[in-house]
Write a protein that binds this ligand. Structure first.
Ligand code: PEP
Ligand code: MG
Length: 316
């Protein structure tokens, strides 16, 4: 809670089911991003429906009724399989990755959705689709989900029919059409790692352009703020789950934009909590307003760092 009494929720980003326990130990209140492609990456065969189901059940067993947001597989680009079936592409970050790959491999997609739906009667699960760039992709993904629900119904297998469905906002296209997308989902989560790379045309994994990869670029900050405001207008939930949520210099800024839910690397939760407990929402709003007045990311970053230092200096 901020010093003026605003409650903020901190969730964990996890890749493996046993990281759920670490999230709990660090004070996380749920899982805001379960990167399920890691079920594929450590093995030379695809996970079965049972493998998926067991992974989700392990997480549910740790978390009881706390929310767990399962992102459907985000394979491709930086998360690729060393397997023959992977086609070589000249620009994998602009290629058949993420939701595009799933919509091209419906059996793989349906296997995962069946497992999520089956597990959904045992916990507080949500489904999240990554890298949406247009509304047709979202509709297609939802049709596949509806199809899988129908199959389960016919087989008399129980599932939560009203499982919340959300998307990651990771591309400028999604950010700029957020009001249309908001009409068709229950929540957004902003994936700043990809949003930054696609907005600034900077490969997030390329060391030669690393200095250009900046969460504080005015274009990125404006997109984040716009998406937040769009979600609020549409009355849907919104959180932010990119690495930016783990970095202390951005905590007052994100709170000032209005975010009350952040999802981050579990080991970072205590430090981010400390900032939240040391700052008021009115201070955060002031900081956010000022941060948007700079025209270079360098100025913004040094301003934000100085603010956080001040905040921490006043903690007893
Ligand atoms: C993101 O893009 O911000 C994100 C959280 O997803 P990932 O890092 O797994 O691509
Ligand atoms: Mg991403």
């Amino acid at each position: 809670m901020t010093t003026d009494g605003f409650p903020i929720q901190l969730f964990g980003n996890i890749e493996l089911p046993d990281e759920a326990d670490i999230t709990l130990q660090k004070g996380g209140q749920g899982i805001g991003l379960y990167r399920t492609e890691f079920l594929y990456l450590g093995s030379d065969r695809d996970p079965t429906e049972e493998d998926h189901y067991e992974a989700y059940m392990t997480t549910i067993r740790s978390f009881g009724n706390h929310p767990i947001t399962i992102r459907t597989v985000d394979l491709g680009a930086d998360k690729f399989l060393h397997r023959d079936r992977w086609v070589k592409e000249p620009n994998p970050f602009l290629g058949l990755r993420s939701i595009r790959y799933c919509l091209n491999h419906l059996n793989l997609f349906k296997t995962q959705m069946r497992a999520i739906l089956r597990a959904s009667v045992h916990g507080n699960l949500k489904i999240m689709f990554p890298l949406i760039t247009n509304i047709l992709e979202l509709r297609q993904a939802k049709w596949v989900l509806a199809d899988v629900k129908e199959d389960l119904e016919e087989q008399k297998i129980p599932f939560n029919d009203s499982i919340p469905v959300g998307i990651m906002i990771e591309t400028p296209a999604a950010a700029m059409t957020a009001d249309d997308l908001a009409d068709e989902v229950d929540f957004f989560s902003i994936g700043t790692n990809d949003l930054i790379q696609y907005t600034l045309a900077v490969d997030r994994a390329n060391e030669h352009v690393a200095s250009l990869y900046s969460p504080a670029h005015p274009a990125v900050l404006n997109l984040i703020r716009q998406v937040y405001q769009t979600a609020k207008r549409a009355k849907i939930d919104i959180s932010l789950c990119g690495e930016m949520a783990s970095e202390t210099e951005f905590t007052p800024l994100l709170l000032g934009f209005g975010f009350t839910t952040l999802s981050l690397a579990p080991p970072r939760i205590p430090e981010i909590k400390k900032i939240i407990r040391s700052v008021s929402m009115s201070q955060c709003r002031r900081i956010a307003r000022k941060a948007l007045t700079f025209d270079t990311d360098k100025q913004t970053i040094s301003y934000l760092r100085a603010q956080v230092q001040d905040i921490l200096a006043n903690v007893d």
